[in-house]
Design a protein around this ligand. Structure first.
Ligand code: URA
Length: 439
């Protein structure tokens, strides 16, 4: 057992840990051979001093192998996965996973639950009556082999080191460190077993990364780490200057995804889904250009192939696929409240985090991991950045289980909008693309 105090002091003083020392630290965390206060001290030292690229690779590798690593070799073909760093009305997985799988590329998706204002794919899918994401790895592999698409929850034995480190980071002010975020996300993605990973790094008022240089640095490091650990990875940097879709909340987001797959609606949500989905096709060599990928994905919407694939996913995981024909079978909220503009002007900024926090307050999200959520709660947005809004015009409708919750959310929601007299330039939706470096 190495002397953890020596390792903490070394990191505290700005020196690099050797690969062996980093592995010893992760092993001690995994086996509970180190006290939480020492792990916390090490995390703070890492947060303050940073990690070298070499240290980050070793940390990610050690975290990946701290528990089970999925072996997807029984599923033929190159497997695709994607990950979003989290946002509001960020429903792309429900759209692109069926679209990409319907092109013949197996999509093996291990997803998380929502926390804070970021939604989670598991909660969204579980708003479909009967849908279960609690699958064993064997069952998930068998389903993906048969249908080409599965969405499962993370198992407890996957990256146990990250589970412990993240829980301590959450309570010690050490979440916002790029190398710690990189190792946390990439260890889980690599342990989940897919050959290719497309990352959606969100940037803006409703994202972890508020500014472009930090988002670019995070994306670059994740792409490099993925590559050095044998995966093909690319990253799309997309804007969270406003909620991506129009519907926020679990059942509401399923409704919007169904409408997109039916070709009834599109907008920014479809654009980002096509950008990410086409890169999943490109990394798995199913197409030779992003444009070819987007054309193919659009065709899967027109022919209904994407919607058919979503139907297979819902049915195989015990859900009520009749929601596709009749989305009103999804949970509906008992109470609603329309929030209207107090003045006229061009909508020039949205505080997306406040809109996300409103949805949490309404019951759509969690403050703590153990909180229950209300699948029907959420918000239907009625405006986009750049719109001219008249005084009294609808900004959005809040949905919750009672009028009191709607009333509580209204002030926070209304405070999220900034108006100007002149129309202002809109931020681009796709801010940057970081591709894997070619050898
Ligand atoms: N999501 C993760 O899984 N880990 C982090 O560190 C931050 C976001």
């Amino acid at each position: 057992m190495p002397n953890m105090v020596d390792l903490i002091i070394k990191k505290r003083d700005g020196l690099s840990l050797s690969p062996q020392e980093m592995e010893q630290f992760v092993s001690a965390v995994t086996k509970d051979d180190i006290a939480d206060y020492q792990t916390s001290a090490m995390l703070m030292a890492m947060f303050l001093q940073g990690l070298t690229p070499e240290e980050t690779v070793v940390l990610t590798h050690a975290m990946t192998h701290s528990g089970a690593v999925m072996d997807l070799s029984a599923i033929p073909g190159k497997k695709a996965d994607k990950h979003s760093t989290g946002g509001v009305a960020d429903t792309t997985t429900l759209i692109l996973a069926p679209l990409v799988a319907s092109c013949g590329v197996p999509v093996f998706k291990m997803s998380g639950r929502g926390l804070g204002f970021s939604g989670g794919t598991l909660d969204k899918l579980e708003s479909i009556p009967g849908f279960s994401t609690a699958l064993s790895p064997e069952a998930a592999i068998a389903l993906c082999k048969k249908s080409g698409l599965v969405v499962m929850g993370q198992t407890k034995d996957l990256t146990p080191a990250d589970q412990k480190l993240y829980a301590l980071r959450d309570v010690t002010g050490t979440v916002d460190s790029i190398p710690l975020i990189v190792s946390s996300i990439m260890s889980k993605k690599i342990a989940a077993g897919a050959d290719t990973i497309v990352l959606d790094v969100k940037c803006g008022s409703g994202a972890f990364m508020k500014d472009l240089p930090s988002a670019q640095s995070l994306a670059r490091q994740m792409v490099q780490i993925g590559r050095s650990l044998g995966r093909r990875v690319s990253a799309v940097l997309s804007s969270m200057a406003q909620p991506l879709g129009l519907l926020i909340g679990n059942a509401l987001e399923v409704k919007e995804a169904i409408a997109v797959l039916k070709g009834e609606t599109g907008g920014d949500l479809l654009e980002v889904s096509l950008e990410l989905g086409s890169r999943m096709l490109l990394l798995t060599d199913a197409v030779s250009s992003v444009e070819e990928g987007k054309t193919l994905l659009r065709r899967q919407i027109e022919t209904g192939a994407g919607l058919d694939q979503l139907e297979r996913l819902i049915t195989q995981q015990g859900g009520d696929a009749a929601v596709l024909k009749d989305p009103d079978r999804l949970p509906n909220a008992a109470a609603s409240l329309e929030v209207r503009a107090a003045k006229s002007g061009y909508l020039c900024a949205m505080d997306t985090a406040s809109i996300g926090h409103t949805s949490v307050l309404l019951g759509a999200g969690r403050v703590k991991k153990t909180d229950a959520i209300d699948p029907a709660a959420g918000i239907a947005m009625a405006v986009r950045l750049g719109d001219f809004v008249q005084e009294g015009q609808l900004l959005g409708t809040l949905y919750a289980r009672n009028d009191g919750l709607c009333a509580q959310g209204a002030a926070l929601f209304a405070s999220a909008f900034t108006f100007s007299e002149e129309k202002q330039a809109l931020p681009p939706l796709i801010l940057d693309i970081i591709e894997e470096e070619t050898k």
